[in-house]
Design a protein around this ligand. Structure first.
Ligand code: ATP
Ligand code: MG
Length: 531
């Protein structure tokens, strides 16, 4: 029904139906991988098209390569292997997940031609091994070192990552948020990695993407309990994170309490209330004025009577915090989680200048400003958008840009975008190919040529003339202008550093590693055995 559905790319389906797939299993695998790669090509770059993915009546609109691949339900094992490639790229570096698929397809396209000319697969795998080593050497030569003090360069790299997304028109708002959030949690001199889990992304429907903000402090996506008039704002907060329930004790399954009359029942209820009051008093005596309690699967984390008493004591309450967020919040606020009332003491509390509940279109977010002794530095980005699909795509895009920042922190080098790096590497590889002899030189040339798929696709998607532009780019590069690429937004050739189209070296290295390894892997497969 949906002619462009990616459940099994239409192109491959047609090829299968018409029996056009090669009877040679190796070539047939290559054609399938190439079919998948071609299907995703239209998503590359700032003019890349978005895909609508339908699954279980849910709609997903995305431009992100890894998300498209993950959600496309491929049946063929080779297509599934290609999904793994984009997933690995996503988990390694977070960006370049479309490029890795396109480059894999292009390398396989070159391999198909070479195999059809009678060159054996093992010759190609050997050649691809040398190709990868040489590429990495060239990348190191052309990479531009970066200093983390230059926030403008970081901003440009974040912008390049965001420019090719659905939310590209908002990159001037989102890129500074990404850079500031990263810089707020690292030490520019000492950090050589960053844990992105420390940047919390909270999504709130309502408002526009322009209203997305970096929260000055930590924020959590939980409402304050306001029944019985408890406070929702606290200055000089002393925060306790509790992992136990504040309610009357329940009997275990083997025991039974027999209530004989009303007097007995009254006595029991009174005793329960006294117990809860004693818990609340003990907590109040430590100076605690804010309680965050962990969600419990066995019983309610706080009974109604306790909520009432805490409200009278002007203690702020937030309950049912998910287990996987609890430790992060504890570290961010400098609290030690408290496991029972006996061990509740003031030294386990975190100190915060102000805690305030903010309203975003009737949805609450609790903001902690001025945490005095955090164990880890963390930050929060509050994403706003008018609809769910855009909100989710903004989250994915911000994640990509944050991954780009992480790649730069890990390896402080950048490479030029807009196809400039691919053209420079391809020309240098062809130069190297001349030092080889016979078939090796021929194959090397063919693989080097396959890198041109990236600038070609960028131009094609932007409605520009690829052949003419690539030949002009090559001319510049042969004359030593190594940074000339195509700015498809402006439709001009230019110095990619001045045009601020740059990406991390780590992303590029990973694209080459993964696509070459995938091509080698496929070249070694000669049969698929169904069990
Ligand atoms: N203004 C621009 N002009 C030309 N090319 C650009 C521009 N901005 C970004 N690019 C290029 O777009 C490519 C990245 O596109 P895109 O982000 O769609 O794919 P990806 O990074 O491979 O995959 P994904 O982001 O889906 O994980 C890079 O080659 C980058 O250099
Ligand atoms: Mg990208």
């Amino acid at each position: 029904m949906y002619t462009h559905s990616l459940s099994l790319p239409t192109k491959i389906k047609l090829l299968l139906q018409k029996g056009l797939l090669d009877t040679n299993i190796q070539l047939s695998n290559f054609l399938i991988a190439k079919g998948v790669s071609d299907a995703i090509r239209t998503s590359l770059g700032p003019h890349g098209m978005d895909k609508v993915i339908l699954s279980d009546n849910e709609i997903l609109i995305t431009n992100d390569g890894a998300t498209i691949m993950k959600n496309a339900k491929f049946d063929h094992p080779v297509a599934k292997l290609l999904v793994n490639v984009s997933e690995s790229q996503d988990s390694e570096v977070g960006d370049g997940t479309t490029s890795v698929i396109i480059l894999s397809g292009s390398l396989l396209g070159a391999s198909i031609n070479l195999i059809r000319r009678g060159i054996p697969g093992n010759r190609l795998t050997k050649c691809l091994g040398i190709f990868l080593e040489e590429t990495k050497k060239i990348l190191l030569k052309i990479a531009i070192p970066i200093n983390l003090k230059s926030s403008y360069t970081l901003y440009s790299a974040a912008c390049t990552a965001l420019e090719s997304k659905v939310i590209s028109s908002h990159c001037h708002i989102l890129a500074p948020i990404v850079v500031k959030s990263i810089l707020s949690i690292i030490d520019k001199k000492k950090s050589f990695n960053v844990d992105l889990k420390r940047i919390k992304l909270i999504k709130k429907i309502g408002g526009t993407i322009e209203q997305t903000e970096l929260i000055n402090g930590i924020a959590i996506d939980y409402p304050v309990i306001k029944s019985y008039g408890g406070p929702n704002n606290m200055i000089n907060a002393k925060v306790a994170l509790i992992q136990f329930s504040i309610s009357s004790p329940s009997t275990d399954t083997d025991n039974l309490i027999v209530i004989e009359n009303y007097a007995h029942m009254d006595k029991l209820l009174k005793e329960e209330k006294q117990l809860i009051i004693s818990f609340c008093r003990k907590i109040k005596s430590t100076g605690c004025n804010v309680i965050l309690s962990q969600k419990s699967i066995l019983k309610e984390s706080m009974c109604d009577y306790a909520i009432q008493i805490f409200a009278q004591m002007k203690i702020m309450l937030v309950r049912d915090i998910e287990r996987d967020e609890f430790l992060f919040i504890a570290d961010s606020l400098g609290c030690i989680p408290i496991i029972d009332i006996e061990t509740f003491s003031s030294d386990k509390l975190g100190s915060v200048d102000q805690i305030e509940e903010k309203n975003y279109n009737a949805q609450k977010v609790l903001i902690f400003k001025g945490v005095r002794n955090p164990r880890i530095k963390s930050s929060t980005i509050l994403i706003r958008s008018s609809n769910k699909h855009l909100l989710e795509e903004t989250e994915r895009s911000l994640h990509d840009a944050l991954c780009v920042m992480r790649s730069i922190i890990r390896r402080r080098f950048l490479i030029t975008g807009g196809g400039a790096m691919e053209i420079e590497v391809a020309l240098s590889l062809k130069q190297y190919g001349k030092t080889l002899t016979g078939i090796n030189s021929y194959c090397f040339n063919a693989f080097a040529h396959s890198l041109e798929i990236i600038p070609y696709t960028l131009c094609e998607n932007a409605g520009l003339e690829p052949i003419e532009i690539i030949s002009r780019m090559k001319k510049y590069h042969m004359n030593g202008k190594k940074t000339i690429g195509i700015n498809t937004r402006r439709g001009i050739l230019g110095n990619m550093i001045k045009e601020n189209i740059i990406s991390p070296l780590l992303v590029a290295t990973s694209i080459f590693n993964m696509s070459v390894e995938f091509a080698i892997q496929l070249l070694k497969i000669d049969s698929i055995i169904e069990t």
